[in-house]
Write a protein that binds this ligand. Sequence first.
Ligand code: GLU
Length: 450
Amino acid sequence: MTYIHDTIVKLQKTSPAQAEFYQAVEEILDSLQPILETNEKYKKHAIIERMVEPERQIMFRVPWVDDQGNVQVNKGYRIEFNSALGPYKGGLRFHPSVNASIIKFLGFEQIFKNALTGLPIGGGKGGANFDPKGKSDGEIMRFCQSFINELYRHIGPTCDVPAGDIGVGAREIGYMFGQYKRLTGNYDGVFTGKSLLWGGSLVRKEATGYGCVYFAQYMLEDQNQSLAGKTCLVSGAGNVAIYTIEKLYELGALPITCSDSSGTLYHETGINLATLKELKEVRKVRLEEYLQHHPDARYIPVSDYPTDGHAVWRFPAELAFPCATQNELTEQDAQTLVANGVIAVSEGANMPSTQDAVEVFLNAKICYGPGKAANAGGVATSQLEMAQNASMQTWSFAEVDEKLKVIMKNIYRNARDTASEFGEPHNLVLGANIAGFRKVADAMIEQGVV
Ligand code: GLU
């Protein structure tokens, strides 16, 4: 369709060198063809042209002093992408790979993900090319304070509400909140993912992983299958992977892998969750140390990975949960998974499968839950945290978990039913993208040219 093609070409000219952003835009636009073809109004109101351009992009210097007394400088970002449905909402990522392209792809995805939750939240994302690895607690604090010295003026509980993402957890949110409070004098719900001691919500920490497993459960139920007894591949070893593994065990499945940036861990009898939490949540060390506690496990260092993919996807299993990062699952990985008989893939990370890998899953007609639907439980529970803060209430674990389940079920059904409506039952990429798009686009039309 030339409209879509022209949009991408124009983006490549006006926003050069943003490969991940083009990838995210192309993936969405491809699946919007059926709705764009039959609805002139979207073209008439230039909805696509407006959607691919962030409402506001904030880029700033983050200077800080390391433990040796050296001045360091990082690049900070907050992309306020779309506020048609509510205040900008989305995480902050601190990772050396962060650049404008990465933050824009994440912010763009967030618009549709947040729309799919059915909750009143717009889409945004931010972060910095700061590497928290090996940094002392004092360095992390000084970095977070400097980051907020600029960002505080742009955020607030009814305009832009950041949260965590890769490299940003409760500790970083604490330092950022403290500095925001000092600068503004406001004690308000400006961040989510806060500590339970001062305004956080139960289940927020677990929500992305739990939600991703609930999503898999709903996909499987429609095939008269269940999670019980299924072997599972999980990638990553951060917050999303850990709570995916926890929920898989609770529902009777057997997670046999996880991974970090140095390698992949394979434990045939099942990943020991207590050891994993100790290594990654408490001690924050490399996964390889797991072997000292469980010598029967295997560890594949990155140097031994296949050149065309990731070692974690080469183990035979029935279910796969990519919970690490973007483009971690290639076409070759997808082919291997399918050849090994995988029946469902549920994405805990954002855009973990390359576009060619997604094609493999769709052609094989396995259950495939794209990240913007399957991992939406995290941001949805953030909105539940906002609701509790705004009403000065705290809900029990069971209450929030129950709401999360209902939200995930609704997201799944919305994606599934929209896919059927547009003649491609089973294609949850198409279903999720159209369902999210339609809501944001119609809201934009109703709010006029702004
Ligand atoms: N970073 C998470 C995501 O990718 C959560 C965002 C949030 O809670 O605002 O959706």
